[in-house]
Design a binder for this molecule. Sequence first.
Ligand SMILES: N[C@@H](CCC(=O)N[C@@H](CS)C(=O)NCC(=O)O)C(=O)O
Length: 220
Amino acid sequence: MIEVWGRRSSSNVQKVIWALDELGLEFKRHTVGGGFGGTHDPSYLKMNPNALVPVLRDGDITMFESNAIVRYLAARYGEGGLRPTAPRALAAAEQWMDWQQLNVVPHISAIFWNLVRVPADQRNDTAIAQANARLKEVLAIADATLGSSAWFAGDQFSFGDIVLGVLYWRYSRMDGERPDTPNIRRWFEALQQRPAYRKWVMVEVGNNIAEWNANEKALG
Ligand SMILES: N[C@@H](CCC(=O)N[C@@H](CS)C(=O)NCC(=O)O)C(=O)O
């Protein structure tokens, strides 16, 4: 059976387990990382020398890097579904996955880190303001794209929706103002109708470090 190592509260783990569920694949998950530790054990470092989650094992394939894992799963088990077959849609899924990772994730992560993951007296308000300003620009780009198609790769959900899908849920739950992006709103509402998204991504991780610690533990 497919195995995944990683705590459920990790956004990078969520990408993988959401994708597995979208593909209808059974998997066994091992809770490691964060407060659970285990990522510096020699046996874990053999699978991922970066001491980070997630790790995936599928038969004789063991790999790390969440986006690469999602691409691998989609190629092996989701041809024509999670991985579009038509060259134009495939190109779009590839493009938008990389774009989301490089242009959106760093800013949502900076806000999340400063609002949720560090105690209030260590919060960097300048970093939050800079991330918010940049997000306004990049989310306008995503919004324009979703103005002409239901999903990032066209009229079907694909791996091109996974990265922003995970991060946007967190962004939607954090305190603070968000730009008005009607097409992203419509896309986000459609995501929330997907059972696998509801199960693995739409979980509460909290609004401050105490809530984070409690939720990390509860989620496992
Ligand atoms: N580029 C890697 C980043 C992995 C990563 O940074 N994972 C974080 C959790 S989101 C981690 O392992 N943090 C330390 C820990 O949980 O122990 C990927 O996408 O898989």
